[in-house]
Design a protein around this ligand. Structure first.
Ligand code: RIB
Ligand code: CA
Length: 320
């Protein structure tokens, strides 16, 4: 990390792992979190706002503006992931209610304001369905001139969670994801393939849970929330999840990416919401006989240095 802190805005659906991402972001000295915007996803948008305000207060970052965004996808109804994140979206840990309220403008307005006001180009870090980002790009396309890169947690090369082939954030609002991919700015896709691998060892989780600091105890409880032994959830305990996308902003050397064509499957049916990543070295018969369909090029994360990101996250979160 060299030079001035990177100006970032996180768009989230807090969310057990969104909380881990927020805690890391506000504590990393190389990031300047300009705002946090909320969208329906893991839970309803008002629950996301409540959880986000709580996490920022617990993290000692209660001064960062938070705005409420889309309460449902562009086309689909809200389909939450409360079976993974708990009824309240935060593992039903009974965390204290926030003392603050969100700002009095909506998420798209706050995003536009903070992006255009930033003296240096902003990096956007969506860790949720992309509804707010799509609305921003369609309502205020001028923001593109001051966006450095969009590093989003979403999509997948070869795995799925919401469906056998689709990742939740993209599946939740496929049209919004398709709008993102044509934003005309550099994009990094931190997908499910790498997302699922970054796990904090049980001993570290237990240390956090025993911490005298409330924010670290919260982090430990969130990491432990998905312990299969307690919740029966197949997702392994200690997943950093969305926090890995923020690690990829401060330490891009920790992921291996390839610039590849990516398309979102929008047709109704079993593939809707799949991110189709074209890894072929040469065109196939489809292009030869039917012509090439240009797809946006995205820096797709194909590998991640798990130990590197776990150490980075622990060092920053515990060291602050
Ligand atoms: O598929 C995983 C993603 O969906 C994560 O961002 C999780 O928080 C949910 O939003
Ligand atoms: Ca999320």
């Amino acid at each position: 990390m060299t030079g001035q802190p990177i100006p970032v805005i996180i768009d989230c659906d807090t969310g057990v792992d969104d909380a881990l991402a927020l805690l890391f972001a506000v504590r990393h000295p190389g990031l300047d979190v300009r705002a946090v915007t909320c969208v329906a996803g893991n839970t309803d948008v008002d629950g996301v706002v409540r959880n986000t305000l709580t996490v920022l207060e617990q993290a000692g970052a209660g001064d960062i503006p938070v705005a409420r965004g889309a309460e449902r996808p562009l086309i689909e109804p809200v389909r939450t992931a409360q079976h993974v994140h708990g009824r309240d979206g935060m593992g039903d840990l009974g965390l204290p209610a926030p003392t603050r309220v969100p700002v009095d403008v909506d998420a798209v307005t706050l995003l536009r304001r903070e992006i255009l006001a930033s003296p240096r180009p902003v990096t956007l870090i969506p860790t949720a369905p992309l509804t707010n980002i799509a609305l921003l790009l369609r309502t205020h396309p001028e923001v593109v001139r001051n966006i450095e890169r969009i590093v989003f947690m979403g999509g997948a090369v070869a795995v799925g969670n919401a469906t056998p082939v689709a990742e939740f954030n993209v599946w939740h609002d496929p049209e919004a994801a398709a709008v993102l991919l044509t934003a005309g700015v550099p994009i990094t896709m931190y997908g499910l393939d790498v997302f699922q691998r970054v796990l904090v060892p049980a001993a570290d989780v237990q240390r956090l849970r025993a911490s005298s600091e409330p924010a670290l105890r919260m982090a430990g409880e969130l990491l432990a929330h998905r312990d299969p032994a307690t919740s029966g959830d197949p997702t392994p305990m200690g997943g950093l999840g969305d926090a890995g996308a923020v690690c990829a902003v401060v330490d891009p050397e920790g992921i291996t990416t390839e610039l590849l064509p990516v398309e979102v499957a929008l047709a109704p049916g079993p593939t809707r919401g799949q991110t189709i990543v074209d890894r072929r070295p040469v065109p196939g018969e489809s292009e030869i006989h039917e012509g090439t369909r240009e797809q946006p090029l995205v820096d797709v994360a194909l590998d991640v240095d798990v130990e590197r990101y776990v150490k980075l996250w622990l060092t920053v979160v515990e060291g602050a």
